[in-house]
Design a protein around this ligand. Structure first.
Ligand SMILES: [Fe+2]
Length: 311
């Protein structure tokens, strides 16, 4: 893409973008927070405040007093941000929303308990859907908190564009290595019926050919991930791991409380382990989308249609 900041042969375009990005990036998690009266029906000012934060940091947090157990909350929130194409995974409910909670092992949803999101354990740094093919890149998501745990469950967040900048500043060859189509491979997953998910190879960083946006596919897991076995890829993966574990200035931390939610262009995130008790059983709704959050300044009813006609 001509003039793309993500083109290694365009150092000036990169430097301009980098400097603007660094100057506008929020310094702390509370800078991401927007108070909203009802996430299902944002005022124009509330919507623009969320969109503005997503435009500069790829993420925003809304905070409301709405404590309803209502899956319409993430769906309506997403719709108002221009997100239309919902990606339902095989553990999501029929409406495409995943209920992230500790699975009860003897219940009909017991198979979920085999997966870390449905336990009370910590989840390492990742972007969502890193095991998906390019045709199903998760570009955005909404994570809405219905109930928080008695203790723990905080999230760390990092704008993946800031991770890209850190890597490129350290060594542009590492960026090149992580843009290779075979940089990171997720092995196939087997279940009782055979192959439940095919092996998935792909780059860590890729640039969307429609809108020029940077996408990141990443997991800090060491099991069930195969990094390309060459020196630059190994060095780049080790650098990312150190960066994310460093608690540096661009790692933002917060705990979602009831009525709050994260909206983001699938930024890097992790989750701390947590403890439930009888009155505090953590429940989050998650909706994942194939679209990116729309840019500020455009009306909700116009932007998605315009974006779609270009595809
Ligand atoms: Fe996630």
């Amino acid at each position: 893409m001509k003039g793309s900041p993500f083109d290694l042969d365009q150092p000036l375009a990169y430097q301009r973008w980098r400097d603007a990005k660094r100057a506008s990036h929020p310094a702390q998690a509370r800078d991401l927070v927007v108070n909203v009266a009802d996430p299902r029906a944002l005022s124009e000012a509330e919507a623009q405040a969320l969109l503005q934060r997503c435009a500069t940091a790829n993420m925003a947090i809304y905070r409301s007093a709405v404590q309803d157990e209502d899956k319409d909350i993430p769906l309506q929130m997403a719709r108002q941000l221009g997100l239309r194409r919902l990606d339902g995974n095989w553990l999501a409910d029929e409406d495409g929303i995943s209920q992230i909670e500790v699975a009860k092992m003897a219940s009909p949803g017991a198979e979920r308990g085999a997966y870390i999101p449905y336990t009370d354990r910590a989840i390492k740094w990742h972007t969502d859907g890193y095991y998906h093919p390019q045709s199903r890149h998760i570009r955005a998501m909404v994570l809405h908190c219905v109930r928080s745990a008695a203790a723990g469950g905080e999230n760390a967040l990092m704008d993946h564009e800031m991770a890209y900048i850190a890597l490129r500043e350290a060594n542009p060859d590492w960026v090149r290595a992580l843009m290779a189509p075979d940089a990171m491979t997720i092995p196939q997953r087997l279940d009782d019926d055979g192959v439940a998910r095919a092996e998935q190879s792909g780059p860590v960083f890729s640039v969307d050919r429609h809108d020029g946006a940077l996408h990141m596919r990443y997991t800090a897991r060491t099991r069930s991930v195969l990094w390309k076995d060459d020196a630059p890829t190994r060095a780049a993966a080790a650098f990312l791991q150190r960066l994310l574990d460093s608690a540096g200035p661009h790692v933002l931390r917060l705990r979602l409380e009831p009525g709050m939610g994260l909206v983001c262009n699938n930024v890097l995130h992790d989750r701390a382990g947590f403890v439930n008790d009888a009155g505090h059983a953590r429940l989050l709704y998650r909706a994942r989308y194939l679209d990116r959050i729309r840019l500020p300044g455009s009306a909700a009813s116009v932007a998605p249609a315009a974006a779609r006609s270009e595809q």
